[in-house]
Design a protein around this ligand. Structure first.
Ligand SMILES: [Mg+2]
Length: 381
């Protein structure tokens, strides 16, 4: 099986005027991404996605990766990250850049999709040898909105759709944080997993004060309380609050994840399959996490293709560590609830997170069938 065609496809969907939304660090007025489509000499097609600025990463993939990939076998996915680190692809130092890691991720994931299709196995079985039927989706919701949405509204809808867990945006001020959490906890009920996401908007001192306010609300994890590059801030917060910390969506490559884990800075590590370096790097992070007693819950704010990749990865995760005689933590899986047609219109059969469970596709590769006419509909010129 030889890869004979590579296309990097930037996609975008503009939100209606007045419908921008986001978190404490800013709002977005469009949803965009870049897909990678690989085709082999027997006509098999594999898909991947980069979590990065669409046109820039598409150009990088076509300029720096295409020559290395064309004529290769999908089995070479295993060594692709190393080729970026050595400078064989992208040149010396390129692996330290988020764009290069995102490009690598998209190409690498598409190669694993091909590997799975060649083997007749879903990627999660190739990665972990397990047969996982489903995970527990959590609603990523209660965004800050340009139109001043009542924060209770999207949570009511998520609860009505059967979500039993949720993550909400906070970080806009201490009292506002507490109010939003109170609203979410009231709607979800006492038994639900509730997570909060500061999007790195606070200093350590601000974060510690806010997190202490939230301790009565039984928060499952606190995400990015300070900026991702503020490693000492994570240490300071960890030492002064009693709530699990999570980060990883803005980190990339084995070295950054290793630092977060080896220094014990987070309890939950969150690689995005469109940025972390791909499946092989994510698997490395997952194994390393077991040595640090941390759990892995991928970050997902992608189109359907990146979501499917994260779902295959989540289904491959080890249940170690957990205490004997106690239920392991559920594999909570992020499911964004904000406006994004790329999340459901690109697949012949969209992923369905309603009803409290999300089925893991069992077909070979990523387990999805991409609607290429829909891809063309959102393609950026
Ligand atoms: Mg986040």
């Amino acid at each position: 099986m030889e890869i004979i065609d590579l296309a990097a496809i930037p996609l975008s969907h503009d939100l209606e005027p007045g419908r921008a939304f986001g978190g404490s660090r800013g709002m977005t007025d469009s949803r965009s991404t870049t897909l990678v489509r690989l085709e082999t000499d027997d006509g098999t097609v594999g898909w991947g996605e980069a979590f990065a600025s669409p046109r820039a990463v598409a150009a990088l993939i076509e300029d720096e990766f295409a020559d290395a990939i064309l004529g290769s076998s999908p089995i070479e996915a295993e060594s692709l990250a190393d080729r970026v680190y050595t400078g064989d692809i992208g040149g010396y130092h390129a692996a330290r850049e988020a764009l290069a890691q995102s490009a690598l991720s998209a190409v690498e994931v598409a190669m694993w999709d091909l590997r799975g299709k060649a083997a007749g196995l879903p990627v999660h079985e190739l990665l972990g040898g397990q047969r996982v039927e489903s995970v527990v989706p959590y609603a990523s919701t209660m965004y800050l909105t340009e139109w001043g949405e009542d924060p209770a509204d999207p949570m009511e809808v998520a609860a009505a759709d059967g979500f039993t867990a949720a993550k909400i945006k906070i970080g806009g001020g201490r009292e506002d944080d507490r109010c939003r959490v109170e609203i979410a906890r009231e709607i979800l009920g006492d038994d639900a997993h509730l997570m909060v996401d500061y999007n790195g908007n606070y200093t350590p001192r601000q974060a510690i004060a806010s997190i202490r306010d939230l301790e009565p609300y039984d928060i499952t994890w606190v995400e990015e309380p300070v900026p991702p590059e503020n490693y000492s801030g994570y240490r300071e917060i960890r030492d002064r609050v009693d709530v699990p910390l999570a980060a990883g969506e803005a980190h990339y490559g084995r070295f950054e994840f290793t630092r977060l884990l080896e220094e014990g800075l987070v309890d939950v590590i969150q690689p995005n399959l469109g940025r972390c370096g791909g499946f092989a790097e994510a698997r490395f992070v997952a194994k390393l996490a077991t040595t640090a007693n941390a759990i892995v819950r991928p970050h997902v704010w992608n189109s359907a293709i990146g979501t499917a990749a994260a779902l295959q990865f989540a289904a491959s995760l080890s249940s170690y560590p957990h205490a004997q005689g106690m239920e392991p933590d559920p594999v909570l899986f992020e499911f964004d609830r904000s406006e994004n047609p790329l999340r459901h219109e690109l697949l012949e059969s969209p992923l369905d997170p309603t009803g409290g469970t999300l089925a893991v596709p069992q077909s070979p590769g990523l387990g999805i069938e991409v609607d290429e006419t829909a891809v063309d509909r959102f393609r950026l010129e």
